[in-house]
Every structure is written in C-alpha cells, then in structure tokens.
Design a protein around this ligand. Sequence first.
Ligand code: PMP
Length: 447
Amino acid sequence: MDTSHVLYGFTDLKNLDSHGPIVLNKAKGAYVYDTNGKKYFDGNSGLWNSVVGFDHPKMIATAQKQYQELSGYHSLFGRITEPAINLTNKLIEVSPFDEGKVFFTNSGSEANDTAVKLLWFMNSHKGMPKKRKIITRYNSYHGVTVGAASMTGKPYNDVFGLPLPDFIRSACPHYWKFGNEGESEESFSSRMAQDLEDVIEKEGAETIAGFFAEPVMGAGGVIPPSKDYFKLIQPILKKHNIPLIADEVICGFGRTGNLWGSITYDIKPDMIIASKCITSGFFPLGAVIAGEEITKELIEASYAAEEFPHGFTAGGHPVGCALAVQAIDIIIEEKLVENVRKLEPLFMGGLKKFEDMEFIGEARGIGLMGALEMVQDKKTKKPFDGHMNMGERVANKAIEKGLICRPLGPSIVLCPPFITTPEQIDFMYTTLEETLKEVFNDIKISN
Ligand code: PMP
C-alpha cells in the first residue's frame, strides 16, 4: 500500500524508513494481526486502552444498537442524549465522589485543557483572575493540545516553544533516578514534597489554580510515586488552597489494580481526568469529573456568566457514551480489576527478574503497568547514548517475534490488556528475554 501520505505522530521516522510501518487489519482478544496475517500479542493494549478485548461481542453489539437508534448528536445548548446521561451517572457512581458533574471531550488532552479552563473560569468568577498558574511535574504526560502540552513535563515540547506562561513544574518523584547517594526513599519523598512547597511559595499560592498529577506517571516511563509522596504533598496543597486534579487517563478503570489510581495511592482529588479505558479503545472519549466542592463553585460561576462557554461538537457522542457505559460494566461484571490484581504478582515478579540482566537498571511498575529501563552502566546508572536507540531496537526485534511493546526513551513499556492470561504473560516475558539477550549481544559485539 502507498503510505507516503501518512504523517506519523511520535514515530522515529529514520527508523521507520528502514523497517516500514506495520499495517493492521484484524484483532481478536488480546491479539492484533497485520495485513500479512502475522499475529502479535499486544503487550501495550493498543495505547494503554484496549483492555476488554479488541472484539468483545457486547461492545460490538452496543455500538451497532446505538448507531441504529441515534447515530450521533452533540450535548450542548441544553440538549443531551440518553447514553450521555447514563454515562454521567455511571461515572459519578464509580468515582470517589458522592456528588459531582461530568463534562465530555474526545480525548485525554482535551479533558486536561477543559479542566484548566474550568479552574480559570471559576477563579475569574470569584474575582481571582490572577489565580491561574498550573503546576505539573517534570516527566509528566498530560497530552498534546496547546494547554495539555504546556502541562506535559517532557523536554520535547521545546520544539513548539511551549510551555505557555503560567505552566510551571515541580520535581519528579522517581527515587531510583533522582534519589541522592545514601538518601532513604522516605527522605527523598520529603525532599520532593519540600520542592513542591518551595515552588508554591516562590510563585505565590494566590497565583496557583491547580496541581495536576498522574497517580503513576505513564508516558514519562511508568514511574510509580516514591513511598508516601502523595501522603506528604496533599496536606501542602490543602494548606495553600490548591485543588488537586488526578490525571487518571492511564490509571483509571483498573490499570493499577483498583478502579482508580487515586484509590491505590490514597489520593483525594478535587477533580478527575478520565479517558483511554473508559471505552476500552472502541471510541474516542474523555471526561472531566468534578467533585463536590468544584461542582458547587462551577454552578455558581456558570449561573453568573450565563454559560460555561466551552464544548466540543462530538463531546458526549451517544455511541461513545453507550460504549463507555458498556466497557465500565464489562470491567466490573467480568471482574477485570480483580484479574489485574491476580496477575500482578506474576507480572511484577517476572518484570523484576529482568533486573538480573546486564543492562537493565530498573524494573518498575504496579498492577498491569511496567517498564524496564536500560542503562549502559548499572552501578553509575549511566544511560546509553541516545543515538544507540536502545528502546527502538528492542521494540523492533520483539515485534519480529510477535510481541508488541513500546520504547519510551531508554525504557520498554508493558501494559497488557486486563483480559490477559498467565500463559500470555509467560509468552510476553519469554519473548522479551530472548529479544533483550539478542540486542545486548549485538551491542557487545559492536562495542
Ligand atoms: N493524560 C495522560 C496521563 C495520558 O497518558 C494521555 C495519553 N497517553 C493523555 C493525558 C492524553 O490523552 P489523549 O492522547 O487521548 O489526548
């Protein structure tokens, strides 16, 4: 097929020129197939999201039924569809909030942008237009729209001249990487909390609209927070009257072994950002779920301003909402969160064993999300030179062997679907071990 008109996102194009793309045309359970009929175990659940099985019959039936009944409609100007109402109720029911409001978007990025605009809207109504700075962490990932990219704490957004003003950073709680020689994990977490407080005090709490955090940093390389990090930072945010927004785009709906990453880490968010598993990859859909306090303020502000002047044409699409209700029901009824928890010892135990290999610096994760970070020198944790493209090399070789895993800088990310079986985890690790041995041998020879 002629792929010359495709503009690929987040793709190493030089590398792609030598390999060519993988063109997919079929999927079954946790497997995808390319146009040559080759079968791959998808160790990345699509992009963290296809967790109930690519061909779940209830999902397909739900989409067919909804397309027949009402194929599409917006949810603005006081119009709403039944599936959108059902999904708002379902989300409040499964959220940590007793009461709240839900706003629909088409993606996680748009949900983050929406949450920022909600905070700005509320603060401006309260006569605090200067309370608009947004704090996120270095290495965090919140999306690609101009707002969400400004929130994302990765250096690659420099090429766009981002972040915009008012988007500021605090430290990344990755103990293995940033802990000082001889520093305990507890002291490290205290230092991270102190860094956040220093940022708040330097900027002025009265200028800060919100702090956004992923319970586990996903696209930053699967970085679970250091011990007690969230326990230490929450009182600081409370003291300074700064809302905590949990970006649950990856963690939400079971990935960490609980329905929310916020449950796993005892986070009490003021607002939740959801997407990805919400439709198990069957439809683009994101949601902002506002808790009790923010809801009260929003209602006041919206009445005063007549409207919340924001909304997407396809936000709250009835097919997407019907699929989301179905996906959440499947996750709950088929006990998929329990399956994540059941598989965790096998998944994490198997991952940890890779730390015995010569170039694996850290194996980390939780639930069914994990990463292996490769280093040139295990003692000093010196990374490989970027030009060696270690992540790409491993992922490309694994793909030849029928395993999809993802390179993220020097790390390899694994996040299999929630329907994964123990046998599939065995396949994943056997294949990855073979792959790593071959790649490590190659680099030793070329050195
Ligand atoms: N937040 C987090 C934590 C994410 O991982 C992502 C996507 N990987 C996003 C936001 C952005 O979501 P989307 O790609 O749907 O815009």
